[in-house]
Design a protein around this ligand. Structure first.
Ligand code: GLN
Length: 197
């Protein structure tokens, strides 16, 4: 099994590092071109700047093949900007310009809704399937999940607020497990994958 990290912009090295703690190094692929995407059985979309990542996805020729695979149930975990790119609906944000999205996660999200860089914070998060110990939630100019539709379900909470959702094999988190030094979320996602190929 090969696992990819979309490596166009954002906190790519942190995801690669988290993954090499969980699977053999030879199974981890930095995805930059369509040929890389064709090689992997699952993909992580990193945090970063969703408008930039969306533009680079189009320029690299990755947008269309990724959209196609998502339509076939491709397992993808998006963190922060990654969640934004997977969301079905973006509410107008303080940032103003909303990127195009793949629309595969039935959630309404607003970019930067917890405030600017200065309002970034860390707090305990409860994540389904990773054990009782609270997960260190790192939130950086995070998108807020405003509503969860009937095709998605909540899998992570900060207090009463939903900060992670899932629809089939697609997960979206408003926080950054790759920056927490805790690989339980990466492990839980990979554990759920079919072991073919
Ligand atoms: N604010 C960024 C965006 O709108 C997301 C921030 C992040 O990924 N840490 O794309």
């Amino acid at each position: 099994m090969k696992v990819g990290v979309l490596a166009l912009q954002g906190d790519v090295p942190e995801h690669l590092r988290a993954l090499t703690d969980v699977v053999p190094k030879t199974s981890v692929v930095a995805v930059r071109r369509p040929a890389d995407l064709a090689e992997v059985d699952a993909l992580f979309l990193p945090g970063g700047e969703s408008t930039t990542i969306a533009r680079l996805l189009a320029e690299s020729g990755l947008w269309a093949p990724l959209a196609h695979r998502l339509g076939e149930g491709f397992p993808v975990l998006g963190t922060c900007a990654g969640l934004i790119l997977l969301a079905r609906d973006l509410a107008p944000s303080p940032a103003g310009r909303e990127p195009p999205t793949f629309g595969v996660l039935d959630v309404r999200v607003r970019r930067n809704d917890y405030g600017s860089q200065r309002e970034s914070f860390e707090g305990p998060v409860r994540v389904e399937g990773v054990g009782k110990r609270p997960f260190p939630g790192v939130f950086i100019r995070a998108p807020r999940i405003l509503a969860v539709g009937t095709d998605a379900r909540a899998i992570a909470w900060a207090g009463d607020e939903v900060v992670g959702v899932r629809s089939g094999a697609v997960w979206g988190l408003s926080f950054h497990p790759e920056l927490s030094g805790d690989v339980r979320v990466h492990r839980a996602f990979l554990r759920g994958l079919p072991r073919s190929r």
